[in-house]
Ligand binder design. Structure first.
Ligand code: FAD
Ligand code: NAD
Length: 324
């Protein structure tokens, strides 16, 4: 029997790749137009723009080995941006020797590599699940997607909760996972400028409505024009979750003027609201979760401390724990 994986982000792809290597039949479903999830660059007429994940680091030996393979294959490259910090004392350089990576030519490249020839159905939002004690039936807009011996959910917590709502009374463990909020939102705004803005490639912002700024052209493979990507902090993003795009862009321009100390004239702007972006600091880390009685596994960054590396590790851990 085949294993269904819902979610073609880095966690679902890592899990799918491991299970395939173990000889299992896998089918992956994703509601997006292509694989990548939050690790996706947006394709525009001027080139790729990174609106979600900006880069990733590798602290564990396992992920370092995986990154080494991707580097050899050209799936990722090193990103050595000149870094700065904007804090209560202003803007100042803040170089370090951390190795940071980005996908090539776009952020989703590692996810695409992991999925390889695995059966992937995009544009397929799974919106209903049935479990008869042995098999899972999946549905999308009333259409049956098939019968599966095991089900893996590699999607953000709040989306998993929605799908699993009917099964919560059967599993106190599931109910516990969904009791507290794991992922906080992030507003992202990309601003194209006429002129180069600052002598830095990226800025960590502290104690401010913004949390991060990055120059797209400083990243190999990305848009060459002068585009700056801004991420708002979790607090600002939560407070302005339902604000209009006009309000968010206006706030972004004001913030960029404040940090750069220069007047800003935006040539174009692009705004994206990530409802489920980054780990809530107090949410407990469990790696991945497997519930044999329900033939159900859960993986994703939200179970493992956020970040690309932790999402990958969560997917790998779940593949090892699945009892087949
Ligand atoms: P996702 O990437 O969210 O994948 C889940 C997939 O499930 C998605 O493709 C989605 O379309 C699909 N899906 C959801 N529901 C359904 C459904 N019902 N049916 C079918 N498909 C469904 N991490 C870093 O390490 N470095 C960074 O610089 C960084 N910056 C970030 C900036 C932003 C703005 C955001 C949003 C995230 C950032 N992250 C960063 C976090 C990183 O992107 C995530 O930790 C990681 O990509 C999560 O992978 P995942 O596979 O767990 O989930
Ligand atoms: P990392 O080690 O580069 O950064 C971790 C944190 O350390 C940074 O957030 C920053 O506060 C600090 N830091 C790192 N280098 C610094 C420097 N040179 N000067 C000043 N401060 C520095 O990367 P990581 O641990 O792999 O984390 C991934 C990054 O992704 C983090 O920056 C995190 O905030 C970001 N992220 C953002 C979102 C979002 O929704 N915006 C979601 C998930 C992760």
């Amino acid at each position: 029997m085949t294993i269904a994986i819902i979610g073609a982000g880095i966690a679902g792809a890592a899990c799918a790749a491991r299970l395939t290597r173990q000889g299992h039949q896998i089918v992956v479903f994703d509601k997006g137009r292509s694989a990548g999830g939050r690790m996706s660059s947006k394709r525009t007429e001027q080139g790729y723009l990174d609106l979600g994940a900006q880069y990733f680091t590798a602290r564990s030996e396992a992920f370092q080995a995986q990154c080494h393979q991707w580097l050899q294959a050209g799936t990722i490259s090193r990103w050595n941006g000149s870094l700065a910090v904007f804090d209560d004392s202003g803007l100042h350089p803040s170089p370090d020797d951390t190795e940071r990576y980005i996908g090539q030519p776009a952020m989703q490249a590692p996810v695409v590599q992991l999925l390889g020839n695995i059966s992937l159905h995009c544009n397929c939002p799974v919106d209903q699940l049935q479990f008869d004690g042995n098999h899972w039936q999946l549905f999308s807009k009333g259409i049956a997607l098939g019968s599966f011996s095991q089900l893996v959910l590699a999607i953000p917590q709040q989306q998993a909760r929605q799908l699993l709502q009917p099964f919560l009374p059967q599993s106190p463990k599931l109910a516990t996972l969904f009791a507290a909020t794991a992922l906080l939102p992030c507003w992202a705004v990309n601003i194209q400028l006429e002129q180069p803005l600052l002598p830095y490639d990226a800025i960590f912002v502290k104690n401010h409505p913004l949390s991060w700024l990055a120059r797209q052209a400083a990243k190999p493979g990305r848009c060459r024009a002068e585009h700056w990507l801004l991420h708002f902090s979790p607090a600002f993003s939560a407070q302005h979750l339902e604000a209009s795009i006009d309000v968010i862009v206006e706030q972004a321009v004001i913030a960029l003027q404040h940090i750069s100390g220069q007047p800003i004239k935006a040539v174009t702007t692009l705004c994206h609201r990530w409802r489920y972006a980054q780990q809530a600091p107090q949410y407990p880390v469990s790696g991945a979760v497997y519930l044999p009685a329900l033939a159900l596994g859960l993986a994703g960054d939200w179970l493992n401390g956020g970040r690309v590396e932790n999402a990958w590790l969560s997917g790998v851990q779940l593949a090892q724990e699945l009892v087949l």
